[in-house]
Design a protein around this ligand. Structure first.
Ligand SMILES: [Zn+2]
Length: 116
C-alpha cells in the first residue's frame, strides 16, 4: 500500500512557498543569495549603535534561515523535475507520501534523518 505522491500539488505548493520566501528576503533588504543589499538604513528607530548592530545581526540570521529554505525548496523542485522527488538522497528508499505531505522539502527518509 504505497500512497503515491502528488507531484503536481507539491510543485504548486513549493512554487508558492518559494515566492513567499523570496518576498520575505526582499522585505528585509536581501536578494536570493541571502546577502543583504548594502547597508540597512534604520533611520532613528534605534537609540544607539549597539542596538543597530543587534538588529543587523538578527536580520542577517533571518536572511540565512530564509536562504536555507530557498535552497531546500529549489532542491525539491529540481527533484520533481528530475523525477526523483520523494526518494531519499542517501539510501534511495521512498521517503513516503505522508512525510512528504507533512514536509514537502524532505530530502532524507526518517531512518537516514534520525541517523544523521
Ligand atoms: Zn534514507
Amino acid at each position: 500500500m504505497t500512497a503515491t505522491i502528488d507531484t503536481d500539488a507539491a510543485k504548486a505548493a513549493l512554487t508558492e512557498d518559494r515566492d513567499k520566501v523570496v518576498r520575505q528576503l526582499t522585505e528585509i533588504g536581501s536578494d536570493e543569495s541571502g546577502q543583504l543589499n548594502g547597508t540597512i538604513d534604520f533611520g532613528d528607530a534605534f537609540a544607539d549603535a549597539g542596538a543597530v548592530t543587534a538588529e543587523r545581526t538578527k536580520i542577517l540570521g533571518l536572511a540565512k534561515t530564509l536562504k536555507t529554505r530557498l535552497d531546500d525548496i529549489d532542491a525539491a523542485l529540481t527533484a520533481i523535475a528530475e523525477d526523483r522527488y520523494g526518494i531519499c538522497e542517501r539510501c534511495g528508499a521512498p521517503i513516503g507520501a505522508d512525510r512528504m505531505a507533512y514536509r514537502p522539502t524532505s530530502r532524507l527518509c526518517v531512518r537516514c534523518k534520525s541517523s544523521s
